[in-house]
Ligand binder design. Structure first.
Ligand code: TRP
Length: 448
């Protein structure tokens, strides 16, 4: 079976080398795997939350689409589309909005950061915060849930959004009593290098320390590389490769043998200027052919438009019937029409008869598990454990708890306590949630 892997690219800014190495290249490589059904889209509705400059939005959409195509994305293989070409996404956003707890959105990092900043400045908490920023996680949930994505590769800053998409999808499934949505798993690419920028900090637009990928051509690429900060060691003095950004960036483009040779040159005292020239040449070897394709594409926006429209047609072939079924199920059907049979094939198949645990690896944090109720609703998320064995042992202990479990409210959350330590939590502390958790624990204990 193929795994559906979906990710969105917010269309603000111009792609830089860090985007290429950290996101574009690994995503395109993954999309070539036979067991992957990749969905990549331009998140231009999300871009509107960040920018109201129409010409920047327009330019960035074009540049980002051209970049992904030039970098080797194959639109025949990948479903590549624009969010704003899929009317089912905003439609689903509203349906999800109506089941999303406002408190959940209050806890979103991006919103909280804005509120904290206002508090520091002595402003009204919501000063300058649009409802768009507030609703960002729901739009993102619709992006993911509309296509039943299994896996969503994102940067660390987006983990919470995927958790929220799960929560929201879960809630909708629960309320309407059917598994409408696949609950997505976050994928954090651990082995992907984050590139250092000009000043040695992570390359990022917000630090203004980026090396452009295509913009400005080979000349701008070389000039930026020449500005990368180094120490003051003179030519002839040995350089420390492991503390040099040049070496880190070089390795992201070169194979083992080339990297080892570059490393040796640094140890042998190559001058920084010459080292930068070698770095430039190595990157240029990979970038030049892509840049050529990029420029050809940018010159023919109609072709990009046609590719994206075709992608939208493919994407809508999935989203349209899904939204039709949802409209029907939530009561938005023709007057006098009977509800469609619950024919959704995984509607009943996926609902287990007993509560169950599901384990997963949460990036660097460690190993966690979830407890699902018999009807599939997610109840508890465990704390991270150092290894899968420890996580498994904890599941065994929880199984044995039955109604001896200690549950306590912690703010909005519900915490399961064992030996005085918090071992798992539910995102709400409502009486209904408490009751569901107790029921599931009792069922587990009864099984053993
Ligand atoms: N918010 C994501 C980011 O800034 C972009 C995005 C929008 C996205 N919708 C998505 C990513 C759905 C994954 C899935 O990086």
């Amino acid at each position: 079976m193929q795994t559906r892997v979906l990710t969105g690219i917010t269309t603000t800014g111009t792609p830089h080398l860090g985007n290429y190495v950290g996101a574009i290249r690994p995503a395109i490589n993954a999309s070539r795997r036979a067991d992957v059904d990749a969905f990549f889209f331009l998140a231009d509705y999300h871009a509107l939350i960040k920018s109201d400059d129409a010409s920047r939005i327009e330019r960035s959409r074009l540049e980002i689409a051209a970049t992904w195509l030039a970098a080797g994305l194959d639109p025949a293989r990948v479903t590549f589309y624009r969010q704003s070409d899929i009317p089912e996404i905003p439609e689903l956003t509203w349906f999800l909005t109506c089941v999303t707890a406002k408190g959940l959105l209050n806890r979103a990092h991006a919103y909280k950061a804005a509120v904290d900043k206002n508090a520091e400045a002595g402003e009204d908490p919501d000063a300058g915060v649009t409802a768009g920023l507030y609703m960002y996680p729901v739009l993102m949930a619709a992006d993911i849930l509309a296509f039943d994505a299994h896996k969503v590769p994102v940067g660390r800053d987006q983990i919470q959004h995927i958790e929220m998409a799960r929560d929201i999808g879960q809630r909708f499934n629960h309320i309407y009593g059917r598994d409408f949505f696949v609950l997505p798993e976050v994928v954090i690419e651990e082995q992907v290098a984050t590139l250092p920028g000009l000043d040695g900090r992570k390359m990022s637009k917000s630090y203004d320390n980026t090396v452009p990928l295509f913009a400005g051509g080979a000349k701008a690429l070389r000039e930026a590389i020449m500005r990368i900060v180094t120490d003051s060691r003179a030519p002839g003095e040995a350089k420390d490769p492991d503390s040099s950004s040049l070496y880190t960036i070089f390795r992201a483009f070169a194979d083992e043998a080339e990297s080892a040779a570059f490393r040796q040159s640094l140890l042998d005292g190559i001058g920084w200027g010459e080292a930068k020239q070698r770095l430039f040449e190595r990157i240029e070897t990979e970038v030049a052919p892509m840049r050529e394709r990029y420029e050809a594409l940018i010159a023919k926006p109609d072709e990009i438009e046609a590719i994206l429209r075709e992608g939208a047609a493919k994407a809508r072939a999935i989203a349209m019937p899904k939204l039709a079924a949802i409209r029907d199920a939530i009561g938005l059907r023709a007057m006098g029409a009977a509800p469609a049979a619950k024919s959704d094939k995984h509607a009943t198949a996926k609902v287990g008869k007993a509560p169950r645990f599901a384990s997963f690896r949460d990036g660097d944090a460690g190993f966690r598990f979830r407890l699902f109720a018999a009807d599939g609703e997610e109840l508890l998320l465990s704390m991270p454990f150092a290894d899968p064995k420890a996580a498994g042992a904890m599941q065994q202990r929880i199984r044995a708890l039955g109604d001896g479990a200690t549950l306590r409210a912690d703010g909005d959350a519900l915490v399961l306590e064992l030996d005085g330590a918090d071992v798992a939590r539910a995102s709400q502390a409502s009486d209904a949630m408490q009751a569901r958790v107790r029921e599931a624990l009792a069922q587990l204990a009864a099984q053993d």
